[in-house]
Write a protein that binds this ligand. Structure first.
Ligand SMILES: Cc1cc2nc3c(=O)[nH]c(=O)nc-3n(C[C@H](O)[C@H](O)[C@H](O)COP(=O)(O)O)c2cc1C
Length: 204
């Protein structure tokens, strides 16, 4: 994959050493192309990637509700999003809802949120590998999602995910969103997140 493949706006991670292309290229755009479809095969690949994520004791707590644009499930997920997210996410090719199963027959699944996070990151990176982008959202109404999809008590919606083809920032109809889209990305320095010897002592 080249940088050209992830145009229009590449906001590659600035790293102190080269990373795998899908990790370096991934970011969370809001400008999505309303005409490009996420194909059945691509969607299947995203969910296979999620399925093969690791989890504590292989408890596999991640579940997904999935709808492609034009399908009723898409509109029903869209309807649960906060307005600020709905404003741009309606142009996605697919919308997903990441749900944790919090219990199995042995009791509470340990670290179920961690498990869904790992599965969703697999899904997001596979999207990048497919030439798509993915944007996760905590800004949605979990209770509405519960009602809308008849979730049982032991199923906890955690995040919505918009998947699609990236578009030019200027296609966003709100100037603040265009500005945000073009804002540089930032992260803690490596020395602030990786320690050795004692807490707080930079490993790098
Ligand atoms: C669990 C989670 C929830 C998020 N919720 C939202 C959201 O509701 N709306 C939004 O626009 N972005 C949301 N984001 C995107 C983050 O703001 C974004 O990942 C972060 O700023 C880092 O930027 P990057 O993904 O482009 O590297 C969320 C991301 C994650 C992982």
């Amino acid at each position: 994959m080249t940088e050209q493949d992830i145009a229009p706006l590449a906001k590659r991670a600035e790293t102190s050493t080269p990373l795998h292309e899908v990790i370096a290229a991934r970011w969370s755009p809001r400008a999505l192309d309303p005409d490009t479809e996420v194909t059945e095969r691509q969607l299947r690949a995203l969910l296979e990637a999620a399925r093969w994520a690791p989890s504590r004791g292989n408890t596999q707590p991640a579940r997904y509700l999935v709808g492609r644009r034009g399908e009723p499930t898409f509109d029903r997920i869209l309807g649960t999003l906060e307005r600020g997210n709905r404003n741009w996410a309606h142009r996605a090719g697919a919308l997903l809802l990441a749900v944790a199963v919090t219990r199995n027959d042995k009791g509470e699944i340990p670290l179920y949120e961690y498990g869904v996070g790992l599965a969703s990151q697999n899904l997001v990176l596979q999207a990048v590998a497919e030439g798509l982008v993915a944007h996760q959202m905590a800004g949605f109404d979990a209770d509405a999602a519960r009602r809308e999809f008849g979730l049982p008590e032991h199923a906890q919606p955690l995040a919505a995910i918009a998947v699609g083809a990236q578009a030019e920032p200027e296609s966003l109809d709100d100037d603040r969103l265009v500005q945000r889209e073009r804002q540089p990305r930032s992260r803690h320095a490596l020395g602030e997140i990786a320690f050795t010897n004692t807490w707080g002592e930079p490993a790098f």
